[in-house]
Design a protein around this ligand. Structure first.
Ligand SMILES: [Zn+2]
Length: 415
């Protein structure tokens, strides 16, 4: 258990979500085990002990998000508490898909009191605690520390997206106050620089299952390392003849190892239950597109944020954008040969499923950078014979979206 907790604490600092000393995790084995074995009188321990006593959980994480995550969460938490109808309570409601399907909304409380934190955690998998001038995030797991880690990183992602999307929306509405603009300037300065070095990915085409697996594992790991997805959420596949090798649902892209399923395209054999929930979308793309053997899917932040931005503030479909948007939209950069459509689509195979919207969008693209953004969700990219072009597109589109985001904000007078 201690090794597991150390692993997730290390992941949180490697991805820049937390400073190493700011993560405290506890898990129930025979007795309560702590990620920091020595009790230095940290007040978080008392709170965490009380939560374990009051709830039927097996793991709990209480950590201070770092850098830009800390800054956006403080802003969102203050706003949520100001908007809340009950004193000391509020909630953050992000509009991205990860939150919609996984977290719903994020409760916010303004105290480290055990009662109020337990009350919030009984409603959701995690909560935001505004403690004076700083934010802490509590997240639990019922069976494993991994659940607490996934919830925590998802909450950070959701808040990042919610903050930047909200700022752009307010700029469009003309409702930015000088205080908001000042906070935005401060937060913008905390953003880490984009990486522009491409990883050295294996060259294809791959002709054996072993070689393809190795390429999937490598590309998945780099997608997480470059911050282009939270580890639990993306997916990746490679077509080998009539077989699609695809990451399993709920697998971490940086630890694919044994979590890759071979699925026959004629449906004769597939570990269909464990294959990614987006398998049907991947399959439809390969069926329609001969010139693609690789698909990479991540949740790059500014691609998601930009997909939420729409000029039609009075659109009758507002609130239904993720499933029913019928306005053709795209991220385009004529000078860079970039034309990435933004389409609606829910996870899975329902009537509004992205298996119906994504394949047409992806196969309609041409040029060097072939990809499509699913509204509020993430980016899917194609590779001709391996993951080198798929990865470069994932990164290139995200860089463009980040620059485009700040251009739009500037144009609207938001900075
Ligand atoms: Zn996704």
């Amino acid at each position: 258990m201690n090794t597991l907790m150390a692993k997730y604490a290390a992941k949180l600092s490697a991805t820049g979500l937390c400073a190493p000393g700011d993560v405290l995790m506890a898990a129930l084995d025979d007795e309560l085990a702590w990620s920091q074995p020595t009790d230095t009188g940290d007040p978080r321990r008392k709170l965490m002990g009380a939560v374990f006593a009051g709830m039927n959980i097996s793991a709990l994480l209480l950590a201070r998000p770092a850098g830009v995550y800390q800054a956006v969460m403080v802003e969102l938490a203050r706003q949520a508490l100001a908007d809340g109808t009950t004193s000391g309570w509020g909630s953050i409601t992000p509009g991205d898909c990860e939150t919609r399907t996984f977290l719903h909304d994020l409760p916010v409380v303004d105290s480290m009191g055990a009662d109020v934190v337990i009350q919030a955690l009984r409603q959701r998998k995690g909560c935001v605690i505004l403690n004076g001038d700083e934010v802490l995030v509590a997240a639990f797991g019922t069976v494993s520390p991994e659940q607490a880690y996934v919830t925590f990183s998802s909450m950070c992602f959701a808040c990042f997206v919610a903050y930047f999307a909200d700022h752009l929306l307010r700029a469009r509405q003309g409702s930015l106050t000088p205080e908001r603009q000042a906070a935005f300037e401060r937060i913008k300065a905390l953003l880490p620089e984009d990486r522009d070095d491409l990883p050295d990915l294996l060259p294809g085409p791959f002709e054996s299952e072993d070689a393809a697996r190795e390429a999937l594992i490598q590309a998945g790991r780099h997608t997480v390392e470059y911050g282009l997805v939270d580890s639990y959420f993306g997916n990746i596949s490679y077509r080998l003849g009539d077989t699609i090798l695809i990451s399993q649902t709920g697998s971490s892209l940086d630890e694919l190892g044994a979590c890759i399923d071979p699925c026959r395209m004629d449906g004769s054999s597939c570990a269909g239950i464990t294959a990614s929930s987006e398998y049907s979308a991947h399959k439809a793309v390969y069926e329609a597109e001969d010139n693609a053997r690789a698909i990479l899917h991540g949740h790059p932040r500014f691609s998601v944020i930009l997909s939420l931005d729409c000029e039609r503030l009075d659109c009758p479909k507002l609130g239904e954008c993720h499933r029913a948007c019928d306005t053709p939209r795209a991220v385009t950069d004529p000078s860079g040969g970039l034309g990435v459509p933004i389409v609606p689509g829910e996870v899975g195979t329902g009537p509004f499923g992205l298996c119906n919207t994504l394949p047409a969008a992806l196969t309609g693209t041409s040029g060097e950078k072939r990809g499509a953004i699913v509204y509020g969700h993430g980016l899917f990219t194609l590779g001709a014979v391996d993951f080198r072009d798929a990865f470069a597109t994932l990164m290139g589109v995200e860089h463009f979206c980040r620059a485009e985001y700040f251009r739009r904000v500037a144009r609207l007078g938001g900075e």
